[in-house]
Design a protein around this ligand. Structure first.
Ligand code: ARG
Length: 593
């Protein structure tokens, strides 16, 4: 069910005789910002008037006269210079609500044609603990994957681990010089993390915050030499790399599990592409995409003073070479229609150059998009520093959110008990499940509800607020909604199987029905911009409409049984829409809180 599409179809037909190509005009139909102008508004009469050399209001009238309103729209109203205000027939809305009552997909169609997406997200540099900087790519990528899959697309996920970089030089140095063998035998992940931080700190202390000073530090020199040995096939370093990798992955996967991130289809790190790099450079040279630059380096000249290096003077390959190999591999093995990269804004230039280079290399007919995002800021508004090992580890942030989630639950439990509500006493297990759901949901929602290109402040109090556009609010709204059915002693499944007539006489009922039927529209707009915040904005609209409905329309105490059934169905659909949308964001709900 897509209301916008239904209206657009009527306009398409009405425009057909007037202009050769109705589509640009059809695209000018939008939901209204303010319900007093109706439900949707068509703003095409002004540009249409220009095209036809007529007066806008006359054109609007002509269009309205040609419009088939039957079983969909009330008589439209022409406002101002020629806006056409559209109001849906309440009877039609009621029928549509009925029609999706028993639909698992809540009226959302499967995309046709379905596409294949290769999506690269999370992609941390391994060998050091995950920190807050890894949060956004992981959460946004996970949400987009869930969304695209729900819409029926094939999504191949690939965690493009940075498993071949200089950080291994640091680990190798630390292992050879600072290892506590007993600790490593007992808890290898912890010990590797410790030596990593230890080496970094030693270098940082000597440098006193000056990057160049740090780079000249003798330990930094040795670390670089260790990395070079690894890359040149040194047996000991390669064996150690083999030994470290599973420990590094274990640490990362533990965080993913805790966060409830989907399992990746592939985790081909940079190391996977290493054997392909010489061939990539040869191919680039042969195709005249790359050329020899100063001193024998191989470069791709993107523009006059913008070049990408693909082989350094010393023969080492670069991040770009590895990404070009990755593109080639994904094209061959995944056959995608689109390749998406969820990576922070600091890599904007890298991806712009990469996509341009790929095009020149012959990659065409496939979308390549950098899904960029801003930084996570501390409460004082500065980026949380992660460089010198003082940034909080991601796992600690998550655990902290879970602790806060429990506090939140307990406070609300005490408050409701004191107010004389009938609040269930839960087992400790049930309570920790709630704490996890609330705490982790709060982190994810706070992130996903931002326009992804903006920075945002990481603030537990805000993200766990029970009022406002937060996961906590949505989770409570869901649980409260479910409790209506327990109180009414109605099984929602039975209601869905035999949906009652839905009447929308109250403006609150009508407003809620309209929102519930806008699910597909919201999901499609989230996909169009790769913007999960379109889903949270929609959730907020649904939640507000529900709250208006619930305050003004008695459900269990409705005047007639028919009205009660009709309202119960609206409640049930609201709960399902909330659960579905939260699920697409990777956020769980609990049935009672
Ligand atoms: N490992 C990189 C980093 O942490 C991100 C990799 C993103 N994916 C890619 N194909 N370049 O900066």
């Amino acid at each position: 069910m897509n209301i916008l599409h239904a209206i657009q179809a009527r306009f398409r037909a009405a425009l057909a005789g007037l202009v050769p190509d109705p589509e640009p005009f059809v695209a000018m139909i939008k939901p209204t910002q303010d319900a007093k102008y109706g439900d949707y508004q068509a703003n095409c009469a002004m540009s249409l008037a220009k095209a036809l050399g007529k007066k806008p209001r006359d054109v609007a009238q002509e269009l309205v006269d040609r419009l088939d309103l039957a079983n969909l729209l009330e008589k439209p109203e022409i406002a101002g210079p020629g806006f056409i205000n559209l109001r849906l027939q309440s009877g039609w809305l009621g029928q549509q609500v009925c029609a999706i009552a028993n639909d698992e997909r809540l009226g959302v169609a499967i995309a046709s044609p379905a596409k294949t997406y290769a999506i690269d997200y999370s992609s941390p540099n391994v060998a050091k603990p995950l920190h807050v900087g890894h949060l956004r790519s992981t959460i946004i990528g996970d949400a987009l994957t869930r969304l695209l899959r729900f819409l029926g697309h094939t999504v191949i996920t690939d965690n493009h681990l940075g498993d071949w970089g200089t950080q291994f030089g640091i680990l190798l140095y630390g292992y050879k010089n600072l290892l506590n063998k007993d600790a490593y035998a007992k808890e290898p992940v912890r010990e590797l993390a410790r030596i990593y931080v230890e080496v970094r700190n030693r270098i940082a202390q000597a440098g006193g915050g000056d990057d160049e000073e740090e780079a000249r530090h003798p330990i930094a020199d040795v670390c670089r030499a260790e990395t070079a040995k690894l890359h040149h096939g040194d047996v000991e370093n390669n064996q150690l790399w083999q030994e470290f990798m599973p420990h590094c992955l274990e640490e990362i996967h533990e965080v993913y599990t805790k966060l409830g991130i989907l399992k990746f289809n592939h985790e081909h790190g940079e190391s996977f592409y290493n054997p392909l790099l010489p061939g990539v450079v040869d191919s680039l040279l042969q195709a005249n995409v790359a050329e020899e630059g100063d001193g024998g380096a191989i470069i791709i000249r993107i523009s006059k003073d913008n070049v990408s290096l693909v082989r350094k003077r010393d023969g080492a390959f670069t991040y770009t070479t590895s990404d070009l190999a990755t593109i080639q591999y994904r094209l061959e093995h995944f056959k995608p229609n689109a390749m998406l990269y969820v990576v922070d804004f600091r890599q904007t230039q890298h991806f712009a150059n990469l996509f341009e280079a790929a095009k020149r290399w012959g990659v065409t007919g496939v979308e390549m998009t950098h899904i960029s995002f801003g930084s996570v800021l501390g409460r004082e508004g500065k980026p949380i520093s992660t460089r010198k090992g003082d940034g909080t580890e991601l796992i600690d942030l998550i655990n902290q959110a879970v602790v806060r989630g429990l506090e939140k639950y307990e406070a609300s439990h005490a408050e409701r008990t004191a107010a004389g509500h009938d609040v269930p006493e839960l087992t400790d297990d049930a309570k920790s499940a709630i704490a996890e759901t609330v705490g982790i949901g709060a982190i994810k929602y706070a992130d996903l509800s931002q326009n992804r290109t903006s920075d945002y402040k990481f603030d537990y109090d805000k993200m766990l607020a029970t009022e406002g556009n937060t996961a906590t609010y949505m989770q409570y709204a869901y649980a409260r909604n479910r409790s209506i059915f327990r109180k009414a002693d109605v099984d929602p499944a039975t209601l869905r199987a035999n949906p009652p007539n839905v009447t929308l006489d109250s403006s609150f009922e009508r407003a809620l029905a309209l929102q519930l039927l806008r699910l597909e529209e919201a999901l499609l707009s989230a996909v169009a911009e790769y913007q999960p915040s379109a889903i949270t904005a929609y959730l907020w609209d649904v939640a507000k409409a529900f709250s208006g409905f619930f305050q003004n329309c008695p459900v269990i105490q409705a005047e007639t049984d028919a009205l009660k059934q009709s309202r119960l169905l609206l409640c049930d659909l609201t709960a399902r829409v909330l659960k579905q949308c939260l699920g697409l964001l990777g956020i769980n709900v609990v049935e009672r809180m």
